[in-house]
Design a protein around this ligand. Structure first.
Ligand code: FEO
Length: 389
């Protein structure tokens, strides 16, 4: 797409990556993504905020063909989907300084082999004047790496946030409006990228609360022209509130674990508890991550393979532990053929989850009446706990 005017002195630039389906060779992108950059032309100086993924460099440099001078290139985040085209930009504009947080300096040198002499670190709250426009830099660590910062353009009331508030969504629309698809994509983004840093994001939200902005311009997905909506969502997602929801990631090899999971789902539903189950050989792990944003309880369902949990369960459990959701309760159910250490091994995989374990139900072979009774007991325990939420 061509650059688009956001304000008289602010242009959207960048690239829409309609076809990308995986990020970090891990995260599903069902709706593609975009890499947004912004050009701010002050009366004296011009700044470019972020760049694009290296795969989109040619498109980006074409957009810059008619830009004769850039004085500052601002890197909010050293990750390559935003910084990857910066070496080409600095080559085209040899007088430009690269502005970033102090922590970003080494990262940019390491990841892009940039010359440290071109880099001008800025402190938290520091400003750079472009003449009739002023850039204020606010350090907001861990959205998504330790070096991340945002830029506030007070004259135009825009907050440029890079990954913070982003959404992996390819669209020809510049503004989010009140579209539900943007909210869905933003929640997926939060779940996959931001959730491990929930506590730090609480602090970052407080830091930007006092600023007077009308637009939030992230570097993925559309610009929020009604920022209250995404701010309210973030306040909810990072809060300590959990829902009356049980998430069940599971897999089954010969049907025993599946039978138990289905029985438990019905038992929980009868008790007024919302359930989302995820069959791990087919599930989109992004959907699982989204369910974990505010679920109160996780029940992991696994058969036993070579004494331990099924490898797919191992992987999903490791991911859930890394995402650090605000779960309060956990349980493990499943089956085995002749012996198992699945419970011990799964327990060792979740040190980050500050959960109370409500029980384990493992059956040998096909579940019997006693196993179903144990699942009834487990669902009753979950009901009691959820009643107190
Ligand atoms: Fe969009 Fe953390 O990079």
């Amino acid at each position: 797409m061509k650059p688009k005017k956001i304000k008289d002195r602010v242009l959207w630039m960048g690239a829409v990556d309609w076809n990308r389906r995986l990020f970090d060779s891990l995260i599903p992108l069902p709706d593609g993504t975009s890499y947004n950059a912004y050009l701010v032309r002050g009366s004296d100086k011009t700044a470019l905020l972020d760049s694009v993924d290296p795969t989109m460099e040619t498109i980006f440099m074409t957009q810059l063909a008619d830009v004769p001078k850039i004085d500052y290139v601002v890197s909010h985040h050293a990750e390559q989907d935003h910084s990857g085209a910066i070496p080409a930009v600095l080559k085209k504009y040899p007088a430009a300084k690269l502005v970033c947080s102090p922590k970003a300096k080494d990262l940019l040198v390491d990841h892009l082999h940039l010359s440290a002499e071109r880099i001008q670190p800025v402190g938290d709250g520091e400003t750079i004047s472009l003449g009739d426009r002023t850039l204020t830099f606010i350090h907001t660590p861990w959205v998504h790496w330790p070096e991340t910062m945002v830029t506030y353009l007070r004259e135009d009331k825009i907050l440029f946030t890079c990954d913070f508030f982003g959404s992996h969504l390819a669209t020809s629309k510049v503004y989010a409006g009140e579209e539900a698809s943007v909210g869905e994509a933003a929640k997926r983004y939060y779940a996959e990228i931001m959730m491990p840093f929930r506590k730090t994001i609480q602090s970052n939200l407080k830091k930007i609360e006092g600023l007077d902005f009308e637009l939030i311009a992230p570097s993925h997905g559309p610009i929020y022209d009604k920022p209250k909506g995404i701010l309210d969502c973030y306040r909810d997602w990072v809060s300590d509130r959990v829902s009356n929801l049980v998430v069940i990631p599971y897999i089954s090899m010969h049907g025993s674990t599946e039978t138990m999971v289905n029985y438990l789902v019905a038992a929980l539903a009868e008790r007024g508890i919302q359930v989302q189950k995820f069959e791990l050989s087919t599930t989109d792990i992004g959907k699982l991550a989204m369910a974990l944003v505010d679920a109160a309880t996780i029940v992991i369902g696994t058969p036993t393979v070579h004494v331990g949990p099924h490898p797919s369960v191992f992987s999903a459990t490791h991911l859930a532990n890394a995402l650090r959701p605000k779960l309060k309760y956990a349980a493990i159910i499943g089956s085995y053929g002749w012996g198992t250490k699945a419970v011990e091994q799964i327990s060792g995989l979740i040190p980050n989850l500050k959960v109370e374990v409500l029980g384990t139900v493992l059956c040998k072979g096909l579940p019997r009446e006693a196993d179903f009774a144990a699942l009834d007991d487990l669902s009753e325990k979950i009901r009691e706990k959820h009643t107190q939420l």
